[in-house]
Design a protein around this ligand. Structure first.
Ligand code: ATP
Length: 359
């Protein structure tokens, strides 16, 4: 059901997180404009900075409150000099994924006009879907073990999560086909070596059989990684396990203009977190050098998700206009230094707002 105001929880986090979230909030408010609904923002503390001050990465009340919101916008979490007791980075986004069963991360990678791709090999326009609650990362809670000379982690694949993941991939392929893309799903695995991946592939085959109208293929992740560089245009929707997806989605970001442009949506059945793929980039903090586009495009995904869940075409219209404004600014400038420009975060943000039709 449509709402007059959608509650959005923001977790700006560490490093450049607060700078890019501030930019995205300004652009989203401008894109929503006077369409008859608004975004009601509520900001929460979490991450490495909070851990350093309090010893906690996310407060239990914050974890509960973000679950009440209509959507969550996250900046970046973690600082290189802050480590939790087991030596890993403070990563409340992983805790949120697990708490709210956000089983898939949607990571579009598109080479926009005006952005110089490193490959110079034509179109890159794909969606990487990374499983986010199991796979090799499910082992992050395993105790380290007693043997000082070895370490291992279990890789977990379940039928229930894999089916949901693959159904989502085929649904996304259909949506993309309706928008003029090929609508093909490619599974990446390592089923020639690990039986867990042979099982993953068999579940994929079962789901693919339910969608005979959507083209599908299966590739080994190593061969596919080379193909992503040599012939990225052959990929449309890629779906894969957690750790493979972590790596392959950064590869996709790298061939489509870099990490400053790569958005993501971590989705479950009832909740979703939208965030840039990049980290907290401590080297850029406070210098106006952060590219805000990845977070702004994550905001467009947030609007689309609200539109789907609430059958609210106003939010989808705002997302379409926002994407067009981003494309216009990437084509004509101004651009931040990571894209060869000399504009600040703020100048790019203001240019995107100015390119919106209603501003
Ligand atoms: P994480 O592991 O948390 O993803 P990371 O260590 O891989 O983080 P990032 O924080 O993503 O690293 O940053 C890597 C480098 O990429 C930064 O040092 C910075 O130079 C560049 N970078 C990251 N985000 C942006 C951005 N929004 N705009 C411009 N450059 C960026």
């Amino acid at each position: 059901m449509v709402k007059p105001a959608y509650e959005i929880a923001t977790l700006p986090g560490d490093g450049i997180g607060p700078e890019v979230v501030e930019a995205a909030v300004a652009v989203l408010d401008a894109a929503v404009g006077t369409r008859g609904f608004s975004l009601k923002w509520q900001t929460f503390d979490a991450g490495a900075g909070m851990f350093r001050r309090t010893g906690v990465v996310i407060a239990p009340e914050t974890m509960a409150a973000v679950g009440e919101a209509d959507a969550i916008l996250l900046g970046a979490m973690g600082l290189p000099d802050v480590r939790t007791a087991n030596g890993t980075e403070a990563a409340p986004q992983l805790d949120i994924r697990e708490r709210y069963q956000l089983f898939a991360s949607l990571r579009p990678a598109r080479l926009f006009d005006g952005v110089e791709g490193v490959l110079r090999r034509g179109d890159v326009d794909m969606l990487v879907i990374r499983e986010t609650t199991e796979g090799l990362f499910a082992g992050r809670h395993e105790p380290p073990g007693d043997d000082p000379d070895s370490a291992s982690n279990v890789l977990t694949i379940t039928r229930a999560t894999s089916e949901k993941l693959f159904e989502l991939a085929f649904a996304q392929a259909r949506l993309r086909r309706a928008a003029g893309h090929p609508g093909k799903v490619t599974l990446l695995d390592k089923s020639n070596v690990l039986h867990s991946f042979a099982f993953f592939r068999s579940v994929f085959d079962d789901v693919a059989a339910r969608h005979p109208d959507v083209e599908s293929e299966r590739l080994y992740v190593d061969a596919a990684s080379m193909l992503m560089v040599l012939d990225p245009g052959r990929f449309d929707v890629i779906v894969t396990e957690n750790q493979f997806g972590d790596i392959v989605s950064e590869l996709a970001a790298g061939i489509s203009g870099g990490i400053g442009l790569a958005p993501s949506a971590d989705v479950g059945e009832g909740h979703a977190v939208f965030q840039p793929c990049h980290g907290s980039a401590p080297d850029l903090v406070g210098r106006g050098l952060a590219n805000p586009v990845a977070t702004i495009l994550s905001g467009a995904m947030l609007l689309e998700w609200l539109s789907d869940r609430h059958e609210d075409p106003r939010a989808a219209d705002a997302a379409t206009e926002l994407r067009a404004a981003v494309a216009e600014v990437l084509a004509a400038g101004p651009r931040t230094p990571d894209l060869g420009g000399s504009a600040t975060t703020d100048e790019v943000t203001r240019a995107i707002i100015a390119a919106l039709p209603r501003s």
